[in-house]
Design a protein around this ligand. Structure first.
Ligand code: AVJ
Length: 325
């Protein structure tokens, strides 16, 4: 299925459908405690709200990582080497990717993203601006194994997996290890990974970043309920829930929840779910790692940590890991 005007871009839709969403929502609300996957935040409205979060004064990760990419892209490109196949998990708006692609001049660029709305536009723009780069866009859930169509012709090129944005923080430690093991297999011996990881820091800064003054993060979190209403035709009073975010020091993670403001019932796909007042749906974890903690995690997944870049304030890190030959 080709889409977009540039000749060097192809687009493949392997994304999850409404059936998957319905099944996951029902399973998540049947669990105790209730939980939903943060991957479902990113419908069209959710992707827009996430872009707005990235521009908030309190949300330091995006601007810090972009500045880090600007400062260090040349060093990174030297280590990653020429003519690689750059596979990106969760390309989003692609601001960091542009910086990297410009410095790296890869043979191919393979963005894999669950958010279809952004993927088509971003990949055609990139293909237009970098005509030497073959762009293979894939709309899919990258947390599951998938075969990238048409990647075989780059058999001889080094594979580099780019995973920016500290999205790795959405996984628990065992999930992160199995995710990294899959990524290592995709990278193959001799391949590499470049991964953005948010650093541990004082809880005041973290709380502000996940509970901003303008309430954009609250709207982003509550949009998940709005999406369930829109797509699954559910009966939910979204005003009867509120956004909660806090740093769980012991587990080293921000947790986001949707808290029920009263005893109530919610109906999704003919199933009734009972909420007590104060009960929450756990919607996201955002783990924070020290450099040593993340390198240890990478080693447990079979990678060899080679280099790490951080900003002057030690807010954010970008790790370069290799797959042993
Ligand atoms: C996209 C998962 C990295 O955890 O900081 C931002 C998502 N959630 N504000 C993060 C998010 C609330 C973000 N990640």
């Amino acid at each position: 299925m080709a889409r977009g005007s540039a000749s060097r871009v192809s687009y493949h839709d392997l994304g999850p459908d409404t059936g998957d969403f319905r099944r996951d929502v029902i399973a998540g609300l049947s669990r105790a405690p209730k939980a939903l996957s943060p991957k479902y935040f990113y419908d069209e409205r959710g992707s827009e709200l996430f872009e707005a979060i990235c521009d908030l004064p309190e949300y330091y990760p995006t601007r810090t990582e972009i500045a880090l990419m600007r400062d260090k892209a040349r060093d990174m490109a030297r280590l990653l080497g020429p003519r690689c196949v750059l596979i990106e998990y969760g390309s989003g708006s692609g601001r960091k990717t542009r910086i990297l692609v410009e410095a790296l001049a890869p043979a191919a660029y393979v963005p894999i993203d669950i958010a279809a709305a952004q993927l088509g536009g971003f990949s055609s723009e990139l293909a237009r601006d970098f005509p030497e780069v073959a762009v293979i866009a894939v709309c899919a859930d990258y947390s599951r194994p998938l075969a990238v169509p048409g990647i075989d012709r780059f058999r001889g090129n080094r594979r580099v997996i780019y995973f920016p944005g500290s999205t790795i923080g959405n996984f628990t430690v065992p999930e992160a290890i199995s995710f990294l093991r899959n990524a290592r297999a995709v990278g193959r011996p001799g391949g590499a990974m470049l991964v953005g990881v948010d650093l541990k820091k004082n809880s005041r800064t973290l709380h502000a970043a996940y509970d901003d003054a303008q309430g954009v993060t609250a709207e982003f979190n509550l949009n998940l309920l709005a999406r369930i209403k829109r797509e699954l035709g559910a009966d939910i009073d979204t005003k009867a829930f509120r956004h909660r975010a806090f740093y769980n020091e012991e587990l080293g993670r921000i947790e986001m929840h949707l808290e029920s403001l009263r005893d109530q019932q919610v109906v999704v796909a003919n199933r009734t779910f009972v909420f007590r007042r104060g009960e929450t749906i756990h919607t996201e974890n955002s783990y924070k790692y020290s450099i040593a903690e993340f390198q240890d995690l990478a080693r447990r997944a079979g990678f060899e940590p080679q280099a790490v870049w951080t900003d002057d304030e030690n807010l954010f890190s970008v790790h370069y890991l290799t797959v042993p030959a």
